[in-house]
Design a protein. Sequence first.
Length: 163
Amino acid sequence: MDAPQRSVAALRTAYGDFAHGIYLGEGPGGHVHAGAQRSTLVLGPSRSGKTSSLVIPNLMLSGGPVVSTSTKPDVMQATAAAAAAGIPVFVTGGVTPEKIPLLARAGVRHFVVVRYLTEAADPRGAALALRDAVDTALEGGVGGGLGEVVGGGVADDLGGVSG
């Protein structure tokens, strides 16, 4: 991970105030942003810096919700760093009772679970297993207080991490 990506403070120093919207890069006048409440699609060849220069800074410094469907280790590490810094991170997609302790150790306190519950032969039993895993992980020295499990109906299993 590059030095500016190691902390939110370092990112703010390197990339400026993200209140202006999505960071796109540098232009003749300095930082270039897409503007507030805009969407951005990033296309580029492999190894061109999309993740380290755009995805991670925007993920770490967003003033609102972000959905990242990336499974790249560096995006996951940045998300864990954000969670450890107290930035709310909601993990969606693939959350199971077995994965919750690892996620909790990374600082995650919010789990959006759909498929595990809707495809379970015993949804009530699956929900209880999730609740037990969250309680155990967060009360068992991993973190303080109860986490939050949001499940079924409203949320969609997006398969990524949002913060």
